[in-house]
Ligand binder design. Structure first.
Ligand code: MN3
Length: 246
């Protein structure tokens, strides 16, 4: 594993080169330029955007600490190892691009690329004392698709409750621009080319027991119901807007 300083140096070097490349190649597509500018940071665990205790009483501090420093950190480490073993150039291949062709890689890559992406997203999808419901275009799309916000919560909660064993529940935007709710096993997600329902994940809920067992034990439905109190809808709205700008 590279140190943070090495990563920063690499980032500065790459950004500098990319800047020159972009200046001399004005016809580059947006996708190519963003690939050039990818510094591999989406492969490394980012700082948690709040304290372990911040989401109490809905998620307890000990669960957050173990979840972030042990479970999620391990996915990031194993992803780095898999990228070395399977010769993925993380400087030129974004994690999203990798996930979209995950069927070409090993089970280790699938589990850890998914595990890392899902957790990095999950931390940002939560915040203390958020607004209680979405507004704007996302709110309109949810009402159009599910009937009401309450009906959406019911459908999402059902996907989360009925996921057998470990996995995730999702709200996603499909390629045709419409919303859907799904669930995936293990650390799979809707970006993967092996997912039953594919699209851009907007909202995801971790229903592995490690995400809730210390506080909720076997009562997964109580964890799901409590989780709505900490969903960062501003962030989800931003993801929804971005899904249409790509
Ligand atoms: Mn987890």
């Amino acid at each position: 594993m590279k140190s943070e300083i090495q990563n920063r140096r690499q980032f500065l070097t790459k950004t500098g080169k990319a800047g020159i490349a972009l200046a001399t190649m004005p016809l580059l597509t947006k996708m190519t330029s963003s690939a050039l500018l990818n510094n591999g940071s989406d492969y490394t665990q980012q700082p948690l955007p709040y304290a372990y205790i911040a989401l109490e009483p809905f998620i307890d501090a000990m669960t957050m600490e173990i979840h972030y420093t042990k479970h999620a950190a391990t996915y990031a480490k194993n992803l780095a190892d898999a990228c070395v073993a399977e010769k993925v150039d993380t400087a030129s291949t974004s994690l999203t691009v990798l996930l979209k062709s995950i069927s070409k890689y090993s089970a280790k890559m699938r589990n850890n690329a998914g595990g890392h992406y899902n957790h990095e997203l999950f931390w940002q999808l939560m915040k203390p004392s958020p607004s209680t419901a979405p507004t704007g275009p996302l709110a309109d799309a949810i009402t159009k698709t599910f009937g009401s916000f309450a009906d959406f919560q019911k459908a999402f909660g059902e996907a989360a409750k009925t996921r057998f064993g470990s996995g995730w529940a999702w709200l996603l935007v499909k390629a045709d621009g419409t919303l859907a709710v799904s669930s995936t096993p293990n650390q799979d997600n809707p970006l993967m080319d092996i997912a039953e329902l594919q699209g851009t994940p907007l909202l995801g809920l971790d229903v592995w027991e490690h995400a809730y067992y210390l506080k909720y034990q076997n009562k997964r439905p109580d964890y799901i119901n409590a989780w709505w109190n900490i969903v960062n809808w501003e962030f989800v709205q931003k993801r929804y807007a971005e899904a249409f700008s790509k």
